[in-house]
Design a protein around this ligand. Structure first.
Ligand SMILES: NC(=O)c1ccc[n+]([C@@H]2O[C@H](COP(=O)([O-])OP(=O)(O)OC[C@H]3O[C@@H](n4cnc5c(N)ncnc54)[C@H](O)[C@@H]3O)[C@@H](O)[C@H]2O)c1
Length: 260
């Protein structure tokens, strides 16, 4: 997919791996100058971008900490320029903390909410402050199908993702008047290193096949499926699209995909 993002400044949180890396590469391939954020120093995404002639700079920050977020946004703005495209992608999932609500620990709840919901709020607030002054910019929040439909045994993740998608819409309502668009993308099951380890390995063959039976397209998505959705929402082609959540899930949430 080709869009014109020439010289736009983009910040992608959680850009060191998985979907975030794909988004950062796609933005750079389409002309954006990319600030790549992640928890630990990881220059690989930036180095791939630079090797292909693009511009990228790494910003280490924990998005669940308000001071780190504010320092990161200030650094990006002073070193690269005002942010045109903010992609809130960083996220954590339930992983080994899976369990029913009555057994879910405080620690697991706060670990997930602090990144998947608080982090999106901190980054959106800090980025939109200068977007409002410039009356320019767009924000894209990476949610999940589990923010659209719930799932068992991962209450904090489903709560955080539902919360951040409704936050997306309420932010769009507030800042449309300044010409700023805020949209969400809700991925279904996407192949990344993490999901290959968790779901798509030899031990989990049966459960992965079970999941695919619920997906009309019958396969997991690729990270570039999500990057393409972000490119569209970031581009001027989407200039009349705001407060929207673009579900990219192979049809998972379209309805009950079995005969009855
Ligand atoms: N992969 C999927 O199937 C899938 C499905 C639905 C939604 N998502 C969402 O897509 C986004 C990316 O997921 P992914 O699968 O690429 O995951 P991933 O684990 O491969 O990448 C997430 C990145 O975020 C970073 N990160 C985590 N906590 C952070 C923090 N506090 N501050 C800064 N960076 C932090 C991690 O270090 C990692 O590099 C997440 O929001 C996730 O919930 C993924």
């Amino acid at each position: 997919m080709k869009v014109d993002l020439k010289n736009r400044i983009a910040l992608v949180t959680g850009g060191a791996s998985g979907i975030g890396r794909s988004i950062a590469l796609a933005l750079a391939e389409n002309g954006a100058l990319v600030a790549v954020n992640d928890l630990n120093s990881d220059e690989e995404t930036c180095s791939i971008i630079r090797k292909s002639g693009g511009t990228a700079k790494f910003y280490r920050a924990d998005i669940s900490k308000v001071e780190s977020v504010e320092a990161m946004i200030a650094a990006v703005e002073s070193e690269m320029g005002p942010i045109d495209i903010m992609v809130n992608n960083a996220g954590v999932n339930v992983g080994k903390d899976r369990g029913p609500v009555h057994e879910f620990s405080d620690a697991a709840w706060h670990r997930i909410i602090s990144v998947d919901l608080d982090g999106v709020f901190y980054c959106s607030r800090a980025a939109s402050t200068s977007m409002i002054k410039r009356r320019k910019g767009t924000i894209i929040n990476i949610g999940s199908v589990f923010g659209v439909i719930p799932a068992r045994l991962q209450c904090a993740f489903t709560a955080a993702k539902a919360g951040m998608l409704n936050f997306t819409r309420s932010h769009a309502l507030e800042i449309g008047q300044y010409g700023i668009r805020v949209n969400g993308v809700a991925p279904g099951s996407i192949l990344t290193e993490g999901t290959r380890d968790l779901f798509y390995n030899a031990d989990n063959k049966a459960s992965a096949e079970g999941l695919m039976e619920h997906i009309p397209l019958g396969k997991p998505g690729e990270t570039d499926d999500i990057a393409a959705a972000v490119l569209y929402l970031a581009s001027d082609d989407a200039k009349y699209v705001t407060g929207h959540v673009l579900v990219v899930d192979g049809g998972w949430t379209a309805g009950y995909s079995r005969d009855w």
